[in-house]
Design a protein around this ligand. Structure first.
Ligand code: NAP
Length: 322
């Protein structure tokens, strides 16, 4: 007798932009654990745009939920400012919810999302995609029990290249350079053997925009912890070579986590380099969380950004135009 494979769970993607197209659609297809049952696109993406022939497109999540009452899950891939209301709506409709990073626009919104998931008895998974690299887990393993003297984050990319025309990123609630920067902080909080707090920050906001285009942070381990100082330099105007690195000096050696967390070397010797498979791991984890009737929401990267915004010095810099 052959055992039948359980049917994949159905999932709708809410917000069909760059990340939905580039990562969510192929990862859903590759794992086979979910079936993409619908897409929500306010401007009404055509099949030519979505590249999906047999998947219905709805103008709002409410329309999708009404039309597909049996849908199991949604993946919220919108900009963060609209995410809270959509997540609450989906949870109340009884759906399991995966949310892209950053999981909410404010800490209170995130706190309330946890309550909503608990009340609905559904899985809420705030996916920090950069953490799903094998080299990040390997770094965490090697740093466990170590004393970290200093870590330096350098996260410098060209916003015109990676986020062309995405005005929401520079509007209030769009995070500015913290949109990529929070990925570095998600890795940092996963790998360090102790917590850090923000001691100092400078945030530079273009004269014609709301959110920082560059920021520097100085963080410290708390008294008695195994972590010393951490600096972070975030820049959205980096032309030429793009840099997403974290250099960590411990009492016994140096670790370099580079290329967005996909490569690790120890004392200059390569340890691990893996092609990007973050999103397949994310969907496997989402499926497991649903099977275990639990969730996964870590607020720490968002807390660090919020703290930098609270205690940082705000400076006006040159206007930004695409
Ligand atoms: P994007 O290309 O601007 O796409 C966002 C999409 O959200 C748009 O297509 C927009 O639809 C849709 N949307 C806005 N409000 C909506 C609503 N109320 N209901 C349904 N859909 C709505 O942005 P993105 O680059 O994909 O980024 C989205 C999120 O993913 C961000 O939080 C970002 O940090 C995260 N992320 C992005 C990347 C990346 O490389 N781009 C990587 C990892 C994570 P319309 O076009 O119809 O307005």
């Amino acid at each position: 007798m052959t055992r039948s494979t359980p049917a994949p769970l159905t999932v709708g993607i809410v917000g069909f932009g760059k990340i939905a197209r580039d990562q969510h659609v192929p990862a859903i297809a590759a794992t086979g654990l979910f079936r993409l049952a619908a897409v929500v696109s306010p401007h009404g993406a055509t099949p030519e745009e979505t590249g999906l022939r047999d998947v219905p497109v709805f103008r709002s999540q409410a329309e999708m939920l009404a039309a597909l009452p049996g849908l199991d899950a949604v993946a919220i891939c919108t900009p963060p400012a609209v995410r809270h209301a959509l997540t609450v709506e989906a949870l109340r409709a009884g759906k399991h919810v995966l949310i892209e990073k950053p999981p909410a626009a404010t800490l209170t919104e995130l706190r309330l999302l946890l309550d909503a998931a608990e009340g609905a008895k559904r899985t809420l998974f705030a996916a920090w995609h950069s953490r799903f690299n094998a080299a990040v887990e390997e770094t965490r393993r090697r740093l466990a029990g170590a004393t970290v003297r200093h870590a330096a984050i350098t996260w410098k990319e060209d916003v015109r290249r990676w986020h062309p025309g995405q005005d929401w990123i520079f509007a209030a609630g769009g995070f500015g350079v913290f949109d990529p920067g929070i990925n570095a902080l998600s890795i940092l909080t996963a790998i360090l053997p102790g917590p850090v707090v923000v001691r100092d920050a400078e945030l530079r906001v273009p004269a014609n925009r709301d959110t920082p285009i560059a920021a520097t942070l100085r963080m410290e381990g708390v008294a008695g912890s195994a972590v010393g100082t951490v600096t972070a330099a975030f820049d959205f105007l980096q032309e030429g070579e793009q840099t997403w690195t974290i250099a960590i000096e411990t009492e016994s050696g140096r670790f370099d986590l580079t290329h967005g967390g996909t490569r690790l070397s120890e004392d200059g010797v390569p340890v691990m380099a893996e092609p990007d498979s973050e999103y397949q791991r994310i969907y496997r984890r989402f499926h497991q969380l649903i099977a275990d009737a639990t969730g996964d929401v870590d607020a720490r990267p968002l807390q660090l950004v919020a703290d930098a915004c609270l205690i940082g010095r705000w400076r006006t810099t040159d206007a930004f135009h695409w």
